[in-house]
Design a protein. Sequence first.
Length: 719
Amino acid sequence: MPHSLPSAPTTKAIAAAPKSPTQKALDKLGLKRDIDLALHLPLRYEDETRITKLRDAREGDTVQIEARVTDCEVSFRPRRQLIVTVDDGTDTCTLRFFSFYPSQQKMLAVGNRIRARGEVKGGFLGRTMLHPSFRIAGGDLPTALTPVYPTVAGLGQPVLRKEVLAGLARAELSDTFAPGDLSQINQQALWTLRQALSFLHHPTPDVSLDTLSDHSHPAWQRLKAEELLAQQLSQLQSRRARASLRAPVLAMVAPEVFSPANEPEQPVLLPLYTELVATLPFKLTAAQQRVCAEIARDLERPVPMHRLLQGDVGSGKTVVAALAAAICIDAGWQCALMAPTEILAEQHFRKMLGWLEPLGITTAWLTGNQKARERRAMLALIESGEAALVVGTHAVIQEKVEFKNLALAVIDEQHRFGVAQRLALRNKLTHDGMEPHMLMMTATPIPRTLAMSYYADLDVSTINELPPGRTPIITKVVNDARRDEVVERIHAQITQGRQVYWVCPLIEESEALDLSNATQTHAELQAALHGVVLTNGEAVQVGLLHSRMAADEKKAVMAAFKEGRMAVLVSTTVIEVGVDVPNASLMVIEHAERFGLSQLHQLRGRVGRGAAASACVLLYSTGDAPRLSEAARARLRAMAETNDGFEIARRDLDIRGPGEFLGARQSGDAMLRFADLDRDTELLEWARREAPMLLDQHPALAAKHVTRWLGGKSEFLKA
């Protein structure tokens, strides 16, 4: 007799068991696997391996004492606090707690013997410890330093220590490469992964705390080597996986060759690329020609291009993008260009329109603020393929946007887009299983160590020269107390027929405050310049631009400034990129200390685009503080000392570190937690050499290594 089928499980039976508070807290920390727990390393350590006599404790020392409670009372002067007096037989000490529970008060009852650890402070009333950690005395002293881990609310150190220790014991930590492979870097870095992690969670008390805090200990060297190798393997896997994909072949169309004596009846069709170069109102620089050739070679290959085009502010990246688009369009395919802001996207659109429309190319414009009728018309042009080039903001990647045959995607200011957004643009090509070519542009040059690590999966093209005629920009750092002198400088500039930007900071915590700041500055400049007459006999116009304005208002203001009808433009950072007004010769950045170095450099690049001498004034204010922070001073000093975007990027990396510098490259998650690209260059070079050998000779170990360290984060590299 056949077995009967089991009854369907009830909803209650298949419902997932609710997570415990501890598990929820661990999830918040991202500790979901045993290896995650094993790699959750301490912030610092406490030495509970020894007892210090009070008579030997010096003021400022952090020590552990063992003493008997001689007094315990709650005082209400000057505020509610628990005051406990302890005596270890050599001296007494007062323990003060401003927040405490009844259970803690019970543990500190008179007569109890406790162990307390904290910083010893002196004073008129003797030794004190403020909020020391404590427990009932007894048992053997630990033989290792006590780890203190990063945590979240509701997850205390004792519970977290227990979870980490259990995860460390369970984690599969077999070596994926031999410790001896590192001997060429550091003879001491011969620890296995398990030895290194076990030591870093529970170091012996004789270890130098400096080597732990600066990550120079051999155990740290092993971990950093592991991490850098995982990153290099992941980048290499990504590059090789991309090489196996297919993309449209966009070979440059060659003109027909003919003899002047035998001129054909029909006119010869020149490649669109050649026509565009011939009609440009300027000559390409040698650097532009070089990167165009690099891109053209990529486009004619049947695998997806994945190239980063980097160049300083004003180096001419947009025309390179236009020439790449010309190759794509001439081959019968569509190209999309996406920019992070509407102002930048519109700047690209107008330039592309001016260059390509006379050559018979239809360009579509997509933005989130379009009216329904205009948007429908643009979507129809894109879907039919009539629009060979599509320029826009994030609207380009929305679901309703269907391309006929997208083959090239250009992303400007790529670091301003998240991983998901870049992947969405890649997925717009559904033609016969192929993927589009990707060209990403940035005006934030990438320092060499970052290019070797975070961008190892990309081919990098660099425009390392500016077009002729660009004037150097003089940068001055000025205290806000000299604001009146800056206004006088503006007066002098506009009476000579020049134009001026005044940028106010974006204060993320309060858009209203940001708006108020810009509005107030606009009113002050209007009052200060009231009655000033320009060379054409007209009164000075002071414009205002900010993110809350309607799209039509923004366009009207920008048009007035570009056409020279407006002498001064007060703006928030919406003009950071993409605005090109050659007549603007002065940039004033208010509260410059609040801006990042890259952003300051971008803003400065809005001037110096014409023949007139240009200047950038960095107005700073210390507010209530006696002086600027060290980082703010370093940023302003860098701006005053150099106009070189590559040097600016190097200093920015030094000040901020790679995690902040890269921003959205990895969707906000820094892929390097332990290694320092500035100090660990040797280890990075080792990882670059080791990765291909491990991947070729031991692919299973390579896959295991990447999974252990990166989990699902390696997917980010596909963007």
